[in-house]
Write a protein that binds this ligand. Structure first.
Ligand code: NSS
Length: 434
């Protein structure tokens, strides 16, 4: 079909009562259609919102009216018409159609219907992402990443782009995805931390926004096998400083997102108050004490699971740090606390009100001999980590970093039922389609 190029095409979000009486052209997809005698009511959708389009027989050529009567849901169309202020209409305006062109008529069996089940919607995720709810979530996510980039950039962090095909584990071998790399052993990255540790000797303060992969069989509302992290690493920076950087990043980014994504928060009916610094800091041992005080049986030395994080974070109204985790429940690279080598200079950032962990990090071992010893203790082969050991041989400095789980933050901000709701196409143990 050859379609004449119309004049300037407006986005739905630019329509308002101020344009009352003006002629506009919109391009989008049919969201709903209702026939009512000589009238066709359509809801048109574009990337910026929804608007009602009313089509009166007699106000456009007969042939175009018939096309509108027969148009199917999700057809792509160009609509011309007059803006009419209507306080009852969503958005305060409707468009009275005078020209109607179909760019591609959709098959008449659009599979997504009101009341579709969760699994079905996940099978049809490639279509379901068009729903205004999903669209709003994706916009908030983009806004958060952009705000985080701005915040880190302003603080002198330089964005680096690290490999995702890697040769050694950062976060323990159990969750590595193996890749057949031309008959050699390679894996998908769990975290770009080790590469960032190399980059800081050149750039001092670096960050990345990148996918991370974990072959985690856990089917929880907080785990994906592919998720995004904002990771940062800084030279000459002890644990206390990296906590301030994280605190600053989260508060700044949340404030910016709240300001810039007002329409999305309103549409999703989410009230979200950006957190305010300083965040409370408690040690792991103190957290264990709190848990035991709440009748949770817990052995010192274990890592917190979903239950512990939920119970603990219910005691807080703001995000908070848990610091100084025992050596044995954290990865090999965590620096032991010189005043108590049983624990590490590590920290997790937990979101309040039952939510739990959203970021993890801490101070890294910077001493060569200590790092070799730690690798051996964790049953890792120092030979595999040769390049990483070089960083301690040549120009080692005290340094710290963290990784913030983007989908975890979005789930918390928007109170989403499941972490997969914060992704375009979720990847879980049961799902690599679509
Ligand atoms: O394993 S972490 O706690 N830490 C690291 O990967 C460090 N190497 C980061 C660093 O210091 N540069 O993961 C960091 C965050 C964690 O707090 C969660 O928010 C998120 O990444 N995360 C996940 N999100 C979704 N699904 C899964 N499976 C997942 N695992 C971690």
């Amino acid at each position: 079909m050859v379609v004449e190029e119309p004049g300037e095409i407006l986005h739905i979000s630019t329509l308002s009562g101020k344009l009352n009486g003006q002629q506009v052209v919109l391009r989008g997809w049919i969201y709903t259609k209702r026939l009512h005698g000589r009238l066709v009511f359509l809801t048109l959708r574009d990337s910026t919102g929804l608007v009602q389009v009313t089509i009166h027989k007699g106000q456009l050529p007969e042939e175009e009216f018939e096309t509108a009567q027969e148009v199917t849901v999700e057809s792509s169309v160009t609509v011309g018409g007059q803006v009419k202020a209507d306080p009852r209409a969503p958005g305060g305006v409707e468009v009275q159609c005078t020209t109607f062109q179909v760019l591609a008529k959709a098959f008449d069996d659009y599979p997504i219907q009101v009341g579709a089940g969760k699994e079905f919607l996940l099978d049809k995720r490639h279509l379901h992402i068009r729903s205004p709810t999903v669209t709003a979530i994706l916009k908030v996510k983009a806004s958060f990443i952009q705000a985080a980039r701005e915040g880190l950039g302003k603080n002198g962090f330089i964005e680096v782009h690290c490999p995702l095909l890697i040769n050694v584990a950062c976060e323990g071998g159990a969750t590595l995805f193996p890749v057949n790399y031309f008959k050699r052993k390679a894996y998908l990255s769990q975290s770009v931390q080790l590469y960032q540790e190399a980059a800081i000797t050149a750039l001092e303060k670096v960050y990345s926004v990148e996918p991370s992969f974990r072959a985690e069989k856990s089917r929880t509302r907080r785990h994906l096998t592919e998720f995004w992290q904002i990771e940062a690493e800084a030279a000459n920076t002890p644990l206390t400083e990296i906590l301030k950087i994280q605190e600053n990043l989260l508060t700044t980014a949340c404030r910016l997102v709240r300001e810039r994504s007002k329409a999305e928060f309103k549409f999703l009916r989410r009230r979200f108050k950006p957190p305010k610094p300083p965040f409370q800091r408690i040690t792991y041992s103190k957290a264990v004490e709190i848990l035991r005080g709440l009748d949770v049986e817990f052995e010192w030395g274990e890592d917190f699971g979903a239950v512990e994080e939920r119970v603990l974070s219910k005691q807080f109204k703001q995000p908070f740090f848990v610091t100084h985790f025992p050596r044995r429940c954290k990865a090999f690279y965590h620096d032991p606390d010189p005043t108590d080598p049983e624990v590490t200079l590590s920290a997790d950032l937990l979101a309040p009100r039952g939510f739990g962990e959203i970021a993890g990090g801490g101070q890294r071992i910077s001493d060569f001999a200590l790092l070799v010893e730690s690798l051996k203790e964790f049953k890792l082969n120092p030979e595999d980590y040769e390049w990483y050991l070089d960083l301690r041989r040549y120009g080692s400095v005290v340094h710290s970093g963290f990784g913030m789980g983007v989908e975890r933050v979005i789930r918390w901000m928007l109170r989403l039922p499941h972490i997969r709701d914060a992704t375009l196409f979720p990847r879980t143990p049961a799902r690599v389609y679509p």
